[in-house]
Design a protein. Structure first.
Ligand code: ZN
Length: 280
């Protein structure tokens, strides 16, 4: 019985240790402030040298990124199904995103390890890499007119995704009408209805997905046609669950087998004793 308890304790301890490792991997602690300060000071130093570049760009990198994420989540999957590519005239075309090239030169090696794809310098967080791009590689930006994806945020509902507007904030009919107009012009330029059935279907989808919700009636919700699946999150959650349940399953199986083995031995002893006692 003691042996059984010891074995169970060892299995449970190893399970708890592996669980701790797993949780550390899944929910890593944020980097210490000291490290962040080091990174920040490292990235701030060149800022003084290249300040003239920073003032030239009047486009929010963060909002542009959010707009791109929305396109990627709520539009690109449907375009892939239709095998449709927008023309460069469409403002949603990757070439019309000022920051696209820089965003594609972000190398995310680990949860706290980002690398610049141009010069291979490492950073602990994405925002430090953003600052590095602003300071060191802003000369690579094509700052020509009409390439700021953040300007389309009104049409693409960036504020909703960024939780900027509270749900109770009043809807302004003029702003809603402006966003609807921008939204519909995007649908017309990116998916011209005279360009065939695919463009037609995507035009209709775009109106439902983005434009219909630009009204103060609140009848239609944005992204009504859904989004691309995010297998990463579900995969992570199910993996954690399986890894947590697996050791428990093994402990149960081990204990059950021990119990049944003991039971067989007891039965054997009883039957032996029975055979011996028969001649008497
Ligand atoms: Zn760099």
């Amino acid at each position: 019985m003691k042996k059984k308890e010891t074995a169970s304790t060892i299995i449970l301890l190893s399970f708890l240790l592996s669980l701790q490792e797993l949780l550390h991997f899944a929910f890593p602690l944020p980097p210490s402030h000291n490290n962040q300060d080091e990174e920040q000071s490292a990235t701030l130093r060149p800022l003084e040298q290249n300040e003239e570049h920073v003032d030239e760009v009047h486009c929010s990198r963060e909002r542009s990124r959010k707009a791109w994420n929305i396109i990627e989540e709520h539009l690109l999957p449907f375009m892939e199904i239709e095998n449709y590519e927008v023309s460069t005239q469409c403002r949603l075309h990757p070439n019309n995103d000022l920051f696209r090239d820089q965003e594609q030169h972000k190398i995310h090696l680990d949860i706290n390890h980002w690398q610049c794809g141009y010069c291979r310098k490492s950073f602990r967080a994405e925002n430090f890499l953003d600052k590095h791009f602003d300071n060191r590689h802003s000369n690579l930006l094509n700052v020509s007119h009409g390439k700021c994806l953040a300007d389309l945020c009104g049409a693409l509902h960036c504020d909703l995704k960024m939780d900027i507007k509270s749900r109770k904030s009043k809807c302004k009919p003029a702003a809603a009408a402006r966003n609807k107009h921008l939204c519909e012009s995007l649908a017309d330029s990116c998916f011209p209805i005279n360009e065939g059935p695919s463009a037609n279907r995507l035009h209709e989808l775009f109106l439902h997905q983005f434009c219909g919700a630009h009204s103060c009636t609140g009848k239609q919700k944005p992204f009504s046609r859904g989004a691309a699946r995010q297998p990463g999150i579900f995969y992570m959650a199910s993996s954690i669950l399986i890894l947590m349940l697996l050791p428990i399953f093994y402990v149960i199986v081990y204990l059950h087998r021990r119990e049944s083995r003991n039971g067989i031995e007891v039965l054997k002893r009883i039957s032996k004793a029975g055979r011996k006692s028969k001649p008497l």
